[in-house]
Design a protein around this ligand. Structure first.
Ligand code: ADP
Ligand code: MG
Length: 553
């Protein structure tokens, strides 16, 4: 066989590995979750490929993950009979940073101190490379399903790896074997009880059975049965089981704010298990706005790209298991399927309904959800016209009426006599908005103004129909029409003065500014400031103008 070929890691991988090796991160156990989750993914990929090519399963159709501890040799082996990797796939997967989570981690780490960086490992879960937290050498032997050849990848995590042909007789018949040569201070990861404890705590609900071999050559003992958690009745599942499942299936490290588990019967039968996280996932504002709900058909994983929820619910993690779709449905067909459209609608309704319930029954918990995801949910206000009213009810806002969150119902309930519109001011941040001269006349009259700081705000307010018959009106735009609203304190509230001096000043300003402005007028919106810029009545709001200008439009 040709000699092993040595290759340098991509620069980012080298950096990441350096972190791993020198990590002071205390919860090193997470490396095992990463390896097990890769093994389970590989088994699920194989199950999917075997739908159209059953021969791939050969005479070994049952997926499995086997962990072998070798205390004497100081080694730990994680082996699966999944889809495996060809030599080229290995080069691609184990030499570069492909996954976006790891990329996001790297970006954060650039900014952070090394100690904070260590904390970040726990929050992101950095995939395969985390093996180097506990091992000073890692060997990966793999054979792609259906192939006669096998390849061996090996590295000490110090800047380079080797790749070579592997003796097929020594390689798994199918799938991947990852061997960790444990560091001196990590030898406990070759102990049965340590492994059993970690697997049960972290990976007890991966959908592939996991067994443990205490010593090479001994019999395997099953430590996790691979039963799909979502098929069990809700009443028999504990909160901890849900949390474990959420963490291992969604790659999150927090506790879910909401757990939604139900079985739909009738025209379409499916089970949904979905979670609203309590913290923002790293990819929430990725430009592709991809959702992370997985689609299963009768417990076979099909795709995580089925758009089971609208984009503005992309923070929801979990899965749908359908009983109606055919197993051999292609990923492309799935997008067009009316069954899927029905599931999507049902699931969307359910998620919103449960969030509404949370708002009603546990306002504090709901506020946390809104703080993390309100900016995303509001995208639905202009993307999903049908749901606008429902989402406006759910939405919470910062306003001039104190520091808390206010609903539009709160706002409308506090409207002044003769007030006809819901006023808002959009801008980059709250402090800036609170200092705006545009607010003066409104504050003087005690008229509440919504303070909108999310980028999406400038978009939805312009298309929104209003709330309970009250239109949204930008206070940085058009005439302020405050005259009809009674002044809180007559001495302080301004009026649009039209004395001779003011008329003269207006004429002067018009002449001096020329084409730079379309109009100059007296206004009752100011109390302290002499002048302010406003947008035209039917033009773009000032903040929207700025956003569009910044994006080059
Ligand atoms: P992720 O799992 O998020 O893609 P990882 O760093 O954990 O990122 O793994 C990188 C890639 O390596 C995987 O996407 C997969 O292609 C490949 N890989 C890792 N472990 C296995 C395995 N046991 N079987 C097949 N492929 C694997
Ligand atoms: Mg992984």
């Amino acid at each position: 066989a040709p000699a092993p070929e040595s290759r340098p890691f991509e620069a980012d991988v080298a950096k990441l590995l350096h972190m791993m090796v020198h990590s002071v991160y205390s919860d090193r156990d997470v490396f095992l979750r990463e390896l097990i989750s890769n093994a389970a993914d590989a088994c699920e990929k194989l199950r999917f490929e075997a739908i159209s090519e059953p021969a791939l399963l050969g005479d070994d159709p049952k997926p499995r993950i086997v962990i072998t501890a070798d205390k004497e040799a100081g080694r730990l082996v994680v082996e699966d009979n999944g889809v495996g990797m060809s030599r080229e796939e290995m080069l691609e997967a184990l030499g570069t940073i492909a996954r976006s989570g790891t990329k996001a981690f790297m970006e954060r780490i650039e900014a952070a101190q090394s100690k904070e960086g260590a904390q970040l490992i726990g929050q992101f879960g950095v995939g395969f490379y985390s093996a180097f937290m506990v091992a000073d050498r890692v060997d990966v032997v793999s054979r792609r399903a259906g192939s006669d050849e096998a390849a061996l990848w090996s590295s000490d995590g110090k800047g380079a790896f080797t790749i070579a042909e592997a003796d097929p007789a020594q390689a798994p018949a199918r799938g991947t074997r990852v061997t960790l040569h444990l560091m001196e201070d990590a030898k406990s990861y070759a102990e049965r009880w340590t492994l059993e404890r970690i697997v049960k705590a972290q990976s007890g609900h991966v959908p592939v059975p996991i067994s443990l071999v205490e010593k090479p050559g001994e019999e395997a003992k099953e430590i996790a049965d691979g039963a799909a958690l979502w098929t069990r009745p809700k009443s028999e599942i504990t909160k901890d089981e849900y949390v474990d499942f959420y963490r291992s299936a969604a790659g999150q490290f927090d506790d879910p704010a909401l757990t939604i588990h139900y079985r739909a019967e009738g025209r379409h039968e499916y089970t949904a298990l979905a979670f609203v996280p309590s913290t923002q996932p790293f990819d929430l504002f990725d430009p592709d706005r991809r959702g992370r709900m997985k689609l299963y058909v009768r417990r076979v994983f099909i795709t995580d790209d089925a758009e089971l929820l609208p984009r503005w619910l992309r923070f929801v993690r979990g899965l749908v298991d359908s009983s109606d779709l055919p197993l051999n449905v292609s990923r492309e067909m799935i997008q067009q399927s009316p069954v899927l459209a029905a599931i999507r609608k049902g699931l969307t309704n359910r998620v919103i309904a449960d969030v509404e319930k949370l708002a009603q029954n546990e306002p504090e918990a709901f506020t946390k959800v809104w703080e993390a995801f309100g900016g995303v949910i509001k995208e639905g206000l202009y993307e999903d016209f049908e749901r606008q009213e429902q989402l406006l009810k759910l939405a919470r806002f910062r306003t001039t009426a104190g520091d808390g969150w206010r609903s539009l119902a709160d706002y409308v309930g506090a409207m002044k006599e003769n007030q006809t519109a819901i006023y808002y001011l959009a801008g980059g941040n709250l402090d800036q908005l609170k200092a705006s001269p545009h607010l003066e006349g409104f504050l003087a009259r005690g008229v509440e103004v919504l303070l909108l700081t999310d980028p999406v705000d400038s978009f939805w307010v312009t298309t929104a129909q209003g709330f309970e018959g009250k239109p949204f009106k930008s206070i940085s735009q058009g005439a302020a029409d405050l005259a009809a609203i009674a002044k809180a304190d007559a001495a302080e509230a301004p009026t649009a003065e039209t004395s001779e001096e003011v008329t003269g000043l207006i004429a002067f300003a018009k002449e001096t500014l020329g084409d730079a402005v379309s109009d100059v007028r007296a206004s009752d919106r100011l109390t302290e400031s002499a002048v302010c810029l406003v947008a035209a009545d039917h033009g773009l709001d000032r903040q929207l103008e700025k956003i569009l200008a910044a994006s080059g439009q």
